[in-house]
Design a protein around this ligand. Sequence first.
Ligand code: NAP
Length: 289
Amino acid sequence: MTKATWLGLGVMGHPMAGYLSKFPGLDLTVYNRTASKAEGWQNEYGGSTAPSPTEAGQEAEFVFSCVGNDDDLRQVTFGETGAFHSMPKGAVFVDHSTTSANVAREVSAKASEMGLHFLDAPVTGGQKGAENGQLSIMVGGDANAFQRAEPLISTYSKAVKHMGPSGAGQQTKMVNQIAIAGVVQGLSEAINFAQSNNLNIPDVLSVISKGAAQSWQMENSGQHMADRFFDFGFAVDWMRKDLNICIAEAKATNSPLPIATLVESYLGELSEKGRGRNDITSLITRLED
Ligand code: NAP
């Protein structure tokens, strides 16, 4: 039996932990800050629950997390009730949250001091990718620790790649977010334009998604955008977190981000209107406010 732990059962973590729980010979314990979500997960998948990351990490050879921002990661790792305090020497902590590369390096250094390994392993593929076990995952950190964790990570992914030392996974995720920002704004303008011209949206999406305008966002969210349905997916406030990380990193390396910076300000407008939990494709609503 291999003992493993999952911390954070949100939109992404809940289905990811579900796939992991089916790995042969795995004894999985889950923790969620809001305990009712852990109980809900246990009713669906079995396994055990624990009341804190420290208690969840006991005897675990692998601990996985999918939480929120830099401070959330600090709390569940080396914070007062973090998993690092109980994980056995040599164990591997795999973080799937999107954070700064700096915090990944900071947490990795703490892990080394405590005889543990830390991998920054952010994901892309959205809620749908998590629910279908088809995420794409970019990993930074020690190559041997990556090799040990890869079979487990593969239970919820279609592609997993080791990108380099600690922080390289998060830097790759920044590239992903910069690329997405402009695409979602462009798609918002396109669908809004199509509706203003009374075109048949399913027909428009069907024909142009087979040509040069095709994108993951168009295929997975185009119709939701036309229907103005945003109660799912990747929250506006999470994308603001990510773009602010990208903007800070870009300043340090002198790479201009004019569009990503603009889109971050547009998302800020939505957030100020109380729409921070809506999916990022709600950018289209800004065009009609
Ligand atoms: P979510 O639905 O808001 O879930 C966040 C989870 O983290 C919840 O279980 C929350 O617990 C837990 N959490 C947050 N702060 C914590 C803390 N300080 N201590 C303990 N638990 C904490 O978010 P999500 O959409 O799953 O996203 C999670 C991460 O994945 C984020 O870093 C996000 O940027 C990234 N991501 C999301 C998507 C997406 O499409 N949603 C795609 C790629 C990457 P509670 O239940 O108690 O709040």
